[in-house]
Design a protein. Structure first.
Length: 465
């Protein structure tokens, strides 16, 4: 019987890049069995020094293939070449961070002798691998997300099975092959490219100890509801990132950052700048300047080094963004720039002024190259509106007043608030994740590694103590 094939197409010109066999539930079950048996047999566990050596070698191999990895990521994911190269360099650095933090997976001494009953004892904790890790990833950072969901598990000593996004599996396959080339033993990192039914089995099986998910809240929360008892998880969903712009904001520093944060990867980032609340005294200036910058962005082929904004991942996403923008305009939003599709796969960078509060662009994650600007006179009211959605991820405030900045940091409902920087800022060693509908758990290389281990307490009773 012929296996069904997955066609991986370029999101820009829709040309076929590669065909890959899809696996079914039987193959997923075999992968789970292999991973689970490795975990049960402690004689197969990879010592810490060997994990460090494997990851260091992985990073070294990747350094020799930067161009190849960049082209793969840009071609399959549509992120412009220049930004894809930055992603590759970040991925290499993330692997180094993981190797460095293996030595920080440690326990602590627990004091004894504090009561009569605890005399004559010494106690301490150690950290050990949590067990089988399964990961489901997203398309928008096809290499670096895999590092965060796979390399962290390898570093923690866990066998891991990864299901990459079906739109962008090639970067994942490349990284896993490099891990094996660097010496990772068979079975410790497996890739399953499968449909949703087989993917659900991968997640809900009772042999899974930890589930890492990056994707839509609808899928993430559904899968969490199906987890076996005892399976821990981290879910990273999207947001509709708010920015508070006070009248004393530094325009020279702020405007390029807002443009980058809003239109980077055509807005297909979970913390993209989406809702900018600008003080009424400068709102028009902010809106007009951002529009002028958006109009000058080069949109097109992600393989062209001059391209600044690439395609959306699927033509249906262009259709959706177009509908949302038209709905906002019909509801009273002022279109300042963009607002039209360039092709079946690309959409103009768009700036909307004062869209209705109930419009989709105001209430849902756009995940497209659209930034909304709203005028405010009362900062507390702007923060209230910013906090009014169910999604809360990263936020930002622009001001020269330290008291105003600290007030916004305190009042904005977000896991991170950037002061005088855009909402999409991230480095891979910082905590990163959403709260409420935006997710559960905290990512970041060392944070994920810690989550993928668990404590074991040893209490020793001795007459010499």
């Amino acid at each position: 019987m012929t296996k069904p094939m997955l066609k991986v197409n370029s999101p820009y010109d829709l040309k076929l890049i590669k065909e890959i066999p899809l696996v079914g539930k039987e193959e997923v079950d075999k992968a789970l069995t292999k991973a689970y048996n490795l975990f049960l047999d402690q004689s197969t566990w990879i010592p810490a020094h060997e994990r460090i050596a494997i990851l260091e070698q992985t990073a070294e191999i990747m350094k020799t293939r930067i161009e190849e990895l960049t082209n793969t990521a840009a071609q399959e994911g549509g992120k412009p070449y220049t930004d894809s190269k930055v992603e590759v360099l970040r991925a290499i650095n993330g692997i180094k961070i993981a190797a460095e933090h293996i030595g920080q997976l440690k326990g602590e001494q627990i004091p004894m002798g504090l009561t009569k009953a605890s005399e004559g004892r010494i106690a301490f904790t150690t950290r050990e691998p949590i067990g089988v890790v399964t990961s489901i990833s997203a398309f928008n950072h096809p290499l670096n997300l895999i590092v965060h969901q796979v390399v962290t598990a390898v570093a923690a000593g866990c066998p891991v099975i990864i299901k990459p996004a079906l739109a962008t599996p090639l970067s994942c396959l490349a990284l896993v092959n490099i891990l094996k080339e660097a010496g990772l033993p068979d079975g410790w990192c497996q890739v399953v490219i499968c449909n949703r039914d087989a993917g659900e089995l991968l997640v809900t099986d009772k042999r899974v100890n930890y589930f890492s998910f990056i994707g839509s809240p609808q899928v993430g929360w559904y899968l969490k509801s199906k987890l076996a008892p005892g399976t821990r998880c981290a879910l990273e969903h999207g947001g509709a990132a708010p920015v508070i712009v006070e009248k004393d904001a530094d325009f020279k520093e702020m405007m390029p950052a807002l443009s980058k944060g809003g239109f980077y990867h055509a807005g297909q980032v979970c913390v993209s700048v989406q809702r900018v609340f600008a003080h009424e005294s400068i709102c028009d200036d902010v809106a007009n300047e951002l529009s002028a910058m958006a109009n000058n962005l080069i949109v097109g082929d992600p393989m062209d080094e001059k391209t600044e904004v690439g395609p959306l991942i699927f033509p249906r996403e262009v259709d959706r963004v177009e509908k949302w923008v038209n709905e906002a305009i019909e509801g009273g939003a002022k279109l300042l720039c963009g607002g039209k599709r360039i092709s079946d796969t690309c959409y103009q960078p768009t700036v909307l002024l004062n869209p209705p509060a109930n419009a989709k662009v105001s209430t849902l994650e756009i995940f497209g190259p659209v930034v909304c600007i709203y005028s405010y006179s009362n900062r507390d009211e702007a923060i209230k509106i910013a906090n009014s959605l169910d999604v809360h991820f990263q936020a930002a405030v622009y001001t020269k007043n330290i008291d105003v900045a600290l007030e916004c940091v305190k009042k904005l409902n977000a896991t991170a608030v950037m002061v005088n920087d855009h909402t999409a800022f991230r480095v891979d060693w910082m905590p990163f994740g959403g709260r409420d509908t935006s997710g559960i758990g905290m990512g970041g290389i060392q944070y994920s590694m810690h989550e993928m281990t668990r404590e074991k307490l040893m209490v020793i009773k001795s007459h010499v103590l």
